[in-house]
Design a protein around this ligand. Structure first.
Ligand code: CU
Length: 176
């Protein structure tokens, strides 16, 4: 409610010159910022885009377990260590409170990474390169993943997910 209503027909009055200039500047700035967003997405140092599908948690768990069984090469502190073939799919599973499996990858090779949570919200935080994703339950995030340096990397959950959140640490070893 206003104290006084504008006169009838105010909407059809011609805008003053300074108003037109103001609108033109605002339009140019907003279109410019929008284009910058697109350009930054393509050329900026952003996390890559992912393709996302919805999943049924139990079905994803079965796919993950088959993947682990097929390419398992060892175990470390009860966590399976898996060496997937380059070019293949990697089914990572987050749940309270672990990221599985531990991985051995080849430098310079491409993998199709699937990130999924079967219970609650988790985070995928790859350190020390600081690559971060939020992983919502019931979705499969697919990323094309190509390690460009060898070494020993750690994968953390960076979304607080309960009492054991701090124990969600996984390992990715990249070989030459
Ligand atoms: Cu967590």
């Amino acid at each position: 409610m206003t104290l006084s209503s504008p006169k009838d027909g105010w909407y059809f009055l011609k805008a003053a010159k300074d108003e037109k200039i103001y609108i033109a500047i605002c339009t140019i700035v907003s279109v410019g910022l929008f284009l910058l967003m697109v350009l930054w997405h393509i050329w900026g140092k952003q996390n890559p885009s992912s393709t996302t599908y919805s999943i049924i948690p139990d079905e994803y768990r079965q796919i993950h377990e088959k993947f682990v069984e097929k390419y398992k090469v060892g175990e470390e502190n009860g966590v399976p260590v898996v060496k997937p073939p380059p070019g293949g799919d990697v089914f990572m599973l987050a749940q309270q409170w672990s990221w599985r499996p531990a991985l051995i990858l080849k430098k310079g090779q491409e993998y199709r990474f699937h990130l999924a949570s079967v219970d609650t919200l988790h985070g995928f935080s790859l350190q020390p390169i600081n690559m971060n994703y939020v992983v919502y339950p019931e979705y499969d995030y697919i990323l094309t993943f190509r390690p460009t340096s060898s070494g020993d990397f750690r994968l953390f959950c960076n979304e607080f997910c309960g009492i054991g959140h701090h124990t969600m640490i996984d390992k990715i070893l990249v070989e030459e």
